[in-house]
Ligand binder design. Structure first.
Ligand code: ADP
Ligand code: MG
Length: 158
């Protein structure tokens, strides 16, 4: 499956992109976000929340917890693993209930999950391309997410 790359030129464009993507998700969807600090993962999560009828100002990166839960059209489980030192921390909060539950899970610094990384997810990679410019690459990891990723891929003419 192809990777779709979107170029965002502002915080607002990243938010809009996320709001549109929210409409393609279903309860149980998992989004793994990758990228450096300041690349736009939390900004994207705010847009996602807005798309799910959650007030975006509720969304912030949890400082002392690994998980924030927002109630919207469906629950949004927002993990931020930046400060996680030991994988046991995520086991202790019973992460499976949230990852494989009835809500939508979005995970910042998902690579820290290592062997706990889910078998299937929508992968979103953020890169700094300039002061306000970011590339956002979307790809499906696992067949379940192929139709979501396919929505972004422009049909080829040849
Ligand atoms: P992360 O969660 O990946 O560490 P944040 O979303 O918290 O990143 O921060 C991104 C920062 O970059 C914000 O200060 C935001 O205003 C700024 N920014 C500038 N241009 C963009 C863009 N195109 N998309 C997202 N954020 C942007
Ligand atoms: Mg963040």
């Amino acid at each position: 499956m192809d990777t779709f790359k979107y170029i965002s030129n502002s915080e607002q464009e990243t938010g809009l992109f996320a709001r549109k993507l929210a409409g393609l998700l279903k309860p149980g969807s998992i989004l793994c976000l990758h990228g450096d600090l300041g690349a736009g993962k939390t900004t994207f999560t705010k847009g996602l929340a807005e798309g799910l009828k959650i007030k975006p100002e509720k969304v912030h990166s949890p400082t002392f917890t690994l998980l924030n839960i927002y109630e919207g059209k469906v629950p949004l489980y927002h993990f931020d693993l930046y400060r996680m030192d030991d994988i046991k921390e995520i086991l202790n909060i019973g992460y499976e209930e949230f990852l494989y539950g009835d809500g939508i899970a979005v995970i910042e610094w998902a690579d820290k999950l290592k062997e706990l990384l889910p078998p299937e997810f929508l992968k979103i990679e953020f890169k700094h391309e300039g002061e306000d410019k970011r590339s956002i690459a979307v790809s499906a990891q696992g067949k379940t997410y192929d139709p979501v990723a396919a929505k972004f891929v422009v049909p080829r003419w040849v």
